[in-house]
Structure formats: C-alpha cells, structure tokens
Design a protein around this ligand. Sequence first.
Ligand code: BG6
Length: 306
Amino acid sequence: MADIKQLEQLNHEFGIDDADTRILFSQGRGDLPKVDLKGPFASAELYLHGAHLTSFRLHDSGELLWMSDMSEFSEDRPIRGGVPICWPWFGKPTATVPQHGFARTSKWKVVETKAHLDPSLEIALRLTDDDSTRSYWPHPFELTLRVIVGRDLTLQLSCLNTGETPITAEAALHTYFHVSDIAAVKLLGLEQRSYLDKLDSLKRKQQEGAITIDREVDRIYVDTDDIVTICDGQTRRIEVRKSGSESTVVWNPWVDKSAAMGDFPNDGYQQMVCVETTNADQDARRIEPGEVHTMTQSCSLVSVST
Ligand code: BG6
C-alpha cells in the first residue's frame, strides 16, 4: 500500500518537475505506489511492486507495451503485461517456488533519478536480500533495475553478488509488446537459430525463416544476442537490441492458454507478443563474489509509414 507520507518523501527526494520533464510518485491501481516519468519524447509508468514497467508511450507514436486490462494489482500477485522482471529463475524449477522468481512480487526501493541532457530520464530501483527472499533462495544480492526513458526505452538489470560464494541466476525482461494484429506479425532476426520448445519437453529445434505466430508459441532461442525486429503489419517496426544475454524467449499463449489465465482477456493474445531478453536455461549466469552481471535491453520504434 502506498501511504501519503511515503509518496511525499519519494517526491521530495527523487521527484523532478521541470518544463518538459517530470518524475512524479503517486498511488497507482490497487493502492500500489507508482512513478510516472514524462520526457520530451515519451512517458512511462513504473510500479515499485516488482519494479514493473506498465507503459512506455512515445508522444508521437503511441504505446509500445501491452497491458492486460484484467491484471491484478496486489502485493502478492504479479502484474500481467508490461515488463515483469523474472529473477533469479525463469519458469518454475520446483513445485514449491513461485513461477519466474520472487523479484516480480517484491517491493523495490527507489535509489536514484536523473534527467540527462540527451534528453532522457532515468530511474533506478533496487531489491536486496531479506528474510523473505532468503526463504526461497539463500543468497545475498543487490539487484538493480535502471529504466531510461528517451526516444528509446532502455532497461538494465544488474546483479551484484554481495555474498562470499558464487551465485547462479536466471533472468528475464519479460516484455509484452503491443501489436495491432498477431496474424500480421513477423519477427525477424532469429532465422536459422536453434530453440528449445517449451511446449515439446524442451526439444531442440531449428527456426526456418521469420517467426510467425498462428498457435501457442513458447520458445527459448539459444546462443543468440541478435537484434529482433517485430514487424507489426506494414506500418510499425520495433527493434529490440540487447547485451549480457544470449537467449531470447518468444511467447504467445494463443486461444486455450489465454482462456485458462484468470488475469488475461480471452482475445488478449491477438494484440501482444512477448520478446524477452533473458538469461534462461543454459544461459543462466554465474556471478562471483563482488562481481556484477548486467543484462540490457533497448527498444525503439524504427519506422512508421502512413
Ligand atoms: C513465458 C514462459 O516467459 O511466460 C511461459 O516461457 C509462461 O511458459 C509465460 O507461460 C507466462 O508466465 P506467467 O507466470 O506470467 O503466467
């Protein structure tokens, strides 16, 4: 719950209110604290719950992210849509741990805001180990998400190992992109790559040509740091660039899985596709004591013709 005093303190310490740049903390849906960032090119909305970005909207071209209008906004549930932060594991390694880790349902702290001259706005949120995280994963860590809102959207997830033994972590910037019609979407950049098919016991398969989606798709593309271009019909192209990641997950739940998820509209699959910058499966990263691993994803709208 966001209390008024906490919001006032956040605005006092980290808020910015200039001519065309603003960083403002307020109470979001489900009374959860959120921050709105407004720069000259784009606006973004970020919840402290899960460090969850729920919107990135270019002033001249609209929203890049998809959000479920049935999402829950509650302290013990992940938000559906936007960019969930999956960490320190991807999927559900054992029956007793939360799917996609605990970061997306944890309370993050704001550590820094900046207005850059380029001009872009930046905010950093941090999660550190506590009794709750150690009950799932017995390691000390400092996890930082930097969100940079310029003409592009850049997300940088860094894990510092603050302990005395090596740690191994998976991660995903589980980005839900908004598309106008999934039937007209093509993903370029993963041609001839291998993928592990999560719908077929992680069998290794080969991608032939561009990815099109006409059924449930749940794949981990491996050994790839390639740029992926989401071609949304003839008019929109979103480019997803990354570093510190050699696996990319592509997910669309299609008809049955959409219907089975309580926080997902039945026809929601038609307007979204997840292209996720990950350290998944064999791409999990070992981080030595005192070292940092950083995974970065930048998304830009590269062309819009009318
Ligand atoms: C994807 C996984 O990244 O996330 C899928 O590959 C999973 O297997 C999907 O279904 C959504 O997960 P969740 O926990 O947010 O419903």
